[in-house]
Design a protein around this ligand. Structure first.
Ligand SMILES: NC(=O)c1ccc[n+]([C@@H]2O[C@H](COP(=O)([O-])OP(=O)(O)OC[C@H]3O[C@@H](n4cnc5c(N)ncnc54)[C@H](OP(=O)(O)O)[C@@H]3O)[C@@H](O)[C@H]2O)c1
Length: 307
């Protein structure tokens, strides 16, 4: 990865931290997209000191799609070349929480933000080809939960695992769509389950959940170093250069759940994701996907065609 420009989101903890470390060790130049400036600055210093590679920080809270737009603008202004984009930032909530834009938070952070960042950087990635995109997904997609008429869980009781599953199913479905669109461009896109590993995911939830995680399931979780190594392999291995549109369990090519392979649903998810992230195609219906689309437009804004 010597000198390769890699963007990684959510590197201040867990899977992303291990991946960033491994990439820096491999000589990559890193752009850390993080919501927490202090944690990111500490990581930047540590990686620079240990591996002597250039590390930059771009701040963005993925619960705010306007932050994602601003981060993409900063990256496009400062980096004429991008080799690898790793969308890793993720969250698991046991309760339904809406963002300032009025969209369910887990769906926003895990799917819409990674979709938007990828879309906004896509032309730059294609100009930089060969390039690779990795979506850090999850076996949690097998929990299902995606209902395009009720993205905000207004009509169903919110269940944490299914809310998480919905976000990961949506992301996987857009991976297949994007892989088709990128065919022949020299840019690949794959999804990866980073293993069941000891990280902070879910530790933002209530005490009961935190105790359950620390004392009941912690001992079956593995060291997240395996996640960093798997991500490094998928980002760097020459034999992966032309592999696209696949789901990897660590480095093993695996078949996702049937509901995550429904291509007609995938096309609807693509359209919905464009509409909810402010692409101009948004239809002027009042309520779409169980969300008031005008509210979203007012708060997220509409992205110009130059993006
Ligand atoms: N751990 C597992 O066993 C496992 C299994 C399957 C899939 N995954 C996936 O692996 C990815 C990384 O998760 P992890 O397990 O490493 O969890 P983690 O330790 O909690 O790390 C999550 C990272 O995402 C960042 N993040 C969370 N919300 C954000 C937001 N609103 N805006 C910007 N950044 C945000 C966090 O930033 P802060 O440091 O500021 O909190 C952190 O850097 C996720 O996509 C997750 O779904 C994990």
């Amino acid at each position: 990865m010597d000198g390769q420009v890699c963007i990684i989101t959510g590197a201040t903890s867990g899977v992303g931290y291990q991946a960033a470390k491994r990439l820096a060790q491999g000589g990559a130049q890193l752009i850390l997209v993080s919501r927490n400036g202090e944690k990111a600055a500490r990581l930047q210093e540590d990686l620079k000191r240990e591996f002597g590679v250039p590390i930059d920080v771009v701040l963005a809270d993925f619960a705010r799609l306007t932050d994602v737009q601003a981060a993409a603008r900063t990256i496009l202004t400062n980096y004429p070349h991008i080799d690898v984009l790793i969308n890793n930032a993720g969250v698991h909530n046991t309760h339904r929480i809406l963002t300032e834009s009025g969209i369910e938070t887990v769906f926003t952070v895990n799917h819409l933000a990674s979709f938007l960042l990828t879309r906004l950087l896509l032309n730059r990635l294609m100009e930089s080809a060969p390039a690779r995109i990795l979506q850090v997904n999850s076996q949690g997609h097998r929990f299902g939960g995606l209902d395009l008429d009720d993205i905000n869980w207004e009509r169903r009781r919110y269940k944490g695992l299914q809310g998480y599953g919905a976000s990961k199913v949506a992301q996987l479905l857009t991976v297949w769509e994007l892989a088709d669109r990128l065919n022949g461009s020299g840019v690949t896109i794959n999804a990866v389950h980073p293993g069941e590993v000891k990280t902070n995911i879910g530790m933002n939830n209530e005490l009961f959940y935190r105790l359950y995680k620390r004392y009941l399931i912690w001992w079956i979780l593995k060291d997240p170093e395996i996640s960093g190594n798997a991500i490094y392999y998928l980002a760097a291995a020459p034999e992966m250069a032309e592999v696209s549109g696949r789901f990897f369990n660590l480095t093993i090519d695996e078949k996702p759940a049937a509901h995550a392979l429904d291509r007609s649903l995938g096309k609807r998810v693509w359209k919905m994701s464009e509409e909810l992230t402010g692409f101009p195609a948004a239809e002027s219906k009042n309520a779409l996907y169980g969300i008031n689309i005008e509210t979203i437009r007012a708060r997220v804004g509409i992205i110009g065609s130059d993006c």
